[in-house]
Design a protein around this ligand. Structure first.
Ligand SMILES: [Cu+2]
Length: 123
């Protein structure tokens, strides 16, 4: 056995045990990748009084990052029993972030432009 080995005990194990250890490390690594993907904000643009895209499917805890690409003010809100959000004035060029913690179906709306709708499904 080499003295500089970081895992001297594991080197003594029989073959199937080493496979077990490899499986645990691999699943932990894949889990980390999935988590990183889940927390990456999803980008939405407000353009010509519309949300682009206008529908999103998220996992719980995901963040939606909404950019106002219009030359005028929007005012984003969510009003559901499970979750409420109010951005106040959302000025041109500014970003508003909304984190969706609870599973459910939500509609993000604009208090100024009543036809604007962003449908968000959280699972
Ligand atoms: Cu608006």
């Amino acid at each position: 056995m080499r003295l500089d080995s970081p895992v001297p005990v594991r080197r003594l194990r029989v073959g199937f045990m080493r496979l077990d250890i490899l499986a645990v490390f691999t699943s932990a690594l894949l889990g980390g990748v999935a988590l990183a993907a889940a927390v990456e904000p999803l980008r939405v643009e407000q353009r010509a009084k519309m949300f682009e895209p206008s529908t999103l499917s998220l996992t719980r805890g995901a963040v939606v990052r909404i950019n106002n690409d219009d030359p005028f003010i929007h005012h984003i809100y969510v009003d559901s029993p499970a979750f409420k959000f109010d951005s106040g004035d959302h000025r041109p060029g500014r970003i508003v972030e909304i984190r969706f913690e609870e599973p459910g179906d939500y509609v993000v709306q604009c208090a100024i432009h009543l036809k604007m709708r962003l449908h968000v499904s959280v699972r």
